[in-house]
Design a protein around this ligand. Structure first.
Ligand code: FES
Ligand code: FE2
Length: 358
């Protein structure tokens, strides 16, 4: 489905961020993942559980039901489902049919996130988790901002596309992290197995008033922007400012901000957006001297969320359209193709990945 090719939605045999750790508790949390309702909760021992969120009896949402011990009790007629998805009790009969169960998803809790594998749980492959340590996102010396979450009223690839094409910084984020020269700066593209990377080096960058005020940047600066997309929905990168004339390989930046974003399909036309950032101690010290107005810092994200919602609004009202590709789309289109190939590489038996959506 647009903006991917007809019939392609999302790969199932990959990890997606489903929730922030703090969101999953002893109370049920309903969240749609790849167009399926899922109920999340914690066992008494604190382990996260993800079960199919629709009761197989009459379809009542388990996300609106009750947790008892390690099980969820359907709020309609009381079927009890254990953490492995097995039904262990039916109030109205003694015999439990063997097919009375719900799918139990593979979940992993790592780096403040609850990750879910929408494919069959036994195929879950930990080697496919983006390793935050290897990405430099777990450096204890760095100061991490609390993770943020939005439910976006737009299909997930619109948000992936947004993060794959940073030329929008100049316009959409003109008042915050923009900078008139991002769009016009040549973008370098790198790629490998399951990832693509965009790099920009902007000598004597224009710096918005917001960055100067909130980050304490003075004088002429060079700016480096890097963002790596690890399909199907994880982006990490950095935004670094150097004194003008610096060598980004040898010289230390004055500001070093790492950013990570996770994009997860919710329904066909909605997605989950998780974001967080971390700064090095020097950047943190500067930010502490010039604290950013929290509302404007959040606006950097909501500007994207709102733009995606506007595009989805038109898609819903008047349908799909033929895009006009520009030179600045080359990197994003490579990212899309990589994702499409990932979907196509899944066996047709993984019906959810190739469900007939157009
Ligand atoms: S709908 Fe769940 S027990 Fe009837
Ligand atoms: Fe943006």
């Amino acid at each position: 489905m647009y903006p991917l090719s007809a019939g392609l939605y999302a790969p199932r045999n990959r990890w997606y961020v489903a929730a922030r750790s703090s969101e999953v508790s002893r109370a049920p949390l309903e969240r749609f993942i790849l167009n399926e309702p899922v109920v999340f909760y914690r066992t008494e021992a604190g382990e996260p559980v993800a079960l199919a969120g629709r009761c197989p009896h009459r379809g009542y949402p388990l996300g609106r039901s009750r947790i008892e011990g390690d099980a969820v009790i359907c709020g309609y007629h009381g079927l009890r489902f254990e953490a492995d998805g097995r039904c262990s009790h039916i109030p109205s009969q003694a015999i439990i049919p063997p097919n009375c169960r719900v799918k139990a998803y593979a979940v992993v809790e790592l780096w403040d996130w609850i990750w879910i594998w929408p494919g069959e749980a036994e195929t879950a492959d930990l080697a496919r988790l983006p390793d935050h340590q290897a990405l430099g996102l777990t450096d204890p010396a760095w100061i991490k901002r609390p993770p943020l979450y939005w439910q976006v009223e737009g299909r997930y690839q619109l948000l992936n596309d947004n993060l794959l094409d940073l030329s929008h910084l100049t316009i959409l984020h003109a008042d915050t992290i923009g900078g008139g020269d991002v769009a016009g700066t040549e973008e370098r593209h790198e790629e490998g197995e399951g990832w693509v990377r965009s790099l920009r080096w902007i000598p004597k960058a224009t710096v918005t008033d917001w960055v100067r005020k909130s980050r304490g940047v003075e004088g002429e600066v060079d700016r480096e922007i890097m963002l790596t997309f690890i399909a199907p929905g994880f982006h990490h990168g950095h935004d670094r400012y150097f004194p003008a004339g610096s060598d980004p390989v040898k010289d230390a930046p004055m500001l070093d901000i790492r950013i990570f974003h996770a994009v997860t399909p919710a329904t066909l036309t909605q997605c989950h957006y998780f974001a967080s950032s971390a700064v090095d101690p020097a950047t943190y010290a500067l930010s502490a001297r010039f604290p950013p107005d929290p509302a404007s810092a959040i606006r950097i994200f909501t500007e994207d969320v709102e733009a995606i919602g506007e595009i989805e609004r038109l898609l819903g009202a008047v349908g799909e359209f033929q895009e006009l590709p520009l030179r600045s789309d080359v990197h994003a289109l490579r990212g899309r193709r990589m994702l499409e190939n990932m979907i196509l590489a899944e066996k047709p038996a993984d019906a959810g990945a190739l469900r007939s959506v157009s």
